[in-house]
Design a protein around this ligand. Structure first.
Ligand code: GLU
Length: 444
């Protein structure tokens, strides 16, 4: 494969889409060897077809705020690849959202969804709208305006959106309500729905729970256990909450959470009602964690990231590129054992290279956080069958899926010296499935 040529061509076509180019580069470098073993892939231009989304919808979202002022945001849906199933992936509402963000997320989602073992293609959507400081009525009006445009492009067998940063059960409810009204059907074209109207048990916890199941597998591979391990978590939203909850249940001690304002360090561990308090904090819509420090009398580090603390396990749970090379060096110098991205592409490319070079257990978001979308897949199954599985049934399936993803990473990522390169493993396993599906379906 002419990796360099492909990357240069992509950069020339899409200048400035840095996150997207970063995600593509990581995958292409990982798959180079297997790609070269399959000349039929090159002949069918699999990579050239894979790095361009099938299509992108880009639209304006006008809405009226509480003061009567007209606001205009940008809305997008990137339908990346549907070789193995309907487009599937979340919607992100965050001021930083642009096409580069959503293309990188859609690209990652394609491989992540392939790893889940379920028939789902990759997609992603979102807006530069931020829920921060917005009233409930404003959030509702925005969600409705967003769907007024998007509804015609989605459907239970074409494209199934879900939540992501800034989009939780409330936002899904408002979007689904409007979608249902316009589409005149109730087939579950959204996941992460409320339990009363087709949502799945365990979906809110799934990304964090799945991430911890994956980490347990990583540690087990080395003969280690999560029990007694000190854990740094970043973020304080749904993903961080689920991870803290499961890690604590399994005997780990979570000592940090963070927000855009800084991080809190709680040496006694964030457990019990403190984990419930994370949900309260999130519900304020203020996007700050400092109140936690005040409430529990612990230290707050303004403007800093939790990676400066000495921990055994580091779990980025907030946003892309939230852990850089300097952070990686600090963590390694402090003796970190395992780093697992529960956020999508939580580490910069340099940080990832550093962990791999140092032989630290490291796994990428597309493997570690796949439990969220996997449980979305289980929600789709339940909707299609018009029934609801119990909590134990969903959790067992999630557990099984995370074990299977770990196994795929080991099969494709184990190096001659025994080190498991999870980045390579996840990328090759995901790629092979998508590539085979594309080969089977011809040039479409
Ligand atoms: N936004 C989540 C992710 O990055 C979940 C997507 C979904 O459930 O469709 O995988």
């Amino acid at each position: 494969m002419k990796t360099e040529t492909i990357l240069n061509a992509l950069e020339a076509k899409h200048p400035g889409e840095n996150e997207f180019l970063q995600a593509v580069k990581e995958v292409l470098l990982s798959i180079e060897d297997v790609y070269n073993e399959h000349p039929e892939f090159e002949k069918a231009a699999i990579v050239e077809r894979l790095v361009e989304p099938d299509r992108i919808f880009s639209f304006k979202v006008p809405w009226v705020d509480d003061s009567g002022k007209v606001q205009v945001n940008l809305g997008y849906r990137v339908q990346f690849n549907n070789a193995i199933g309907p487009y599937k992936g979340g919607i992100r509402f965050h001021a930083s959202v642009n096409l580069s963000t959503l293309k990188f997320l859609g690209f990652e989602q394609t491989f992540k969804n392939a790893l889940t073992t379920l028939p789902m293609g990759g997609g992603k959507g979102g807006s530069d709208f931020s829920i921060r400081g917005k009233s409930n009525a404003e959030v509702m009006r925005f969600c409705q305006a967003f769907i007024l445009e998007l509804w015609r492009h989605i459907g239970p067998d074409t494209d199934v959106p879900a939540g992501d940063i800034g989009v939780g059960t409330r936002e899904i409810g408002y979007m689904y309500g409007m979608y249902k009204k316009l589409a005149r059907e109730n087939t579950g074209t959204f996941t992460g729905k409320g339990l009363e109207y087709g949502g799945s048990l365990v979906r809110p916890e799934a990304t964090g729970f799945g991430g911890i199941y994956f980490v347990v597998n990583m540690l087990k591979e080395k003969g280690l256990d999560l029990k007694g391990k000190t854990i740094a978590v970043s973020g304080f939203g749904n993903v961080a909450w689920g991870a803290a909850l499961k890690a604590t249940q399994l005997g780990g001690k979570v000592v940090t959470i963070s927000g855009p304002d800084g991080y809190v360090y709680d040496p006694d561990g964030i457990s019990g009602e403190k984990i419930d308090y994370m949900l309260e904090l999130r519900a304020t819509g203020e996007d700050v964690v400092e109140p936690y420090a005040k409430k529990y009398g612990v230290e707050f580090f303004p403007g800093k990231r939790p990676w400066q603390q000495k921990v055994d396990v580091a779990l980025p749970c907030a946003i892309q590129n939230e852990l850089d090379e300097n952070d990686a060096k600090t963590l390694v110098a402090n003796g970190v054992t395992c780093v697992a991205e529960i956020s999508n592409m939580g580490c910069t490319a340099e940080a990832v290279d550093y962990f791999v070079e140092k032989g630290v257990l490291f796994a990428p978001g597309k493997a570690v956080n796949a439990g969220g979308v996997a449980t979305s897949g289980l929600e789709m199954s339940q909707n299609a069958m018009h029934l609801q599985w119990t909590e134990a049934e969903v959790d067992e399936k999630l557990h099984h899926i995370m074990n299977s993803i770990h196994e795929q990473c080991v099969i494709y990522g184990k190096q001659k010296n025994g080190y498991i390169n999870y980045v390579k493993g996840a990328n090759v396993a995901g790629f092979m499935k998508v590539a085979r599906a594309m080969m089977a379906q011809g040039i479409v």
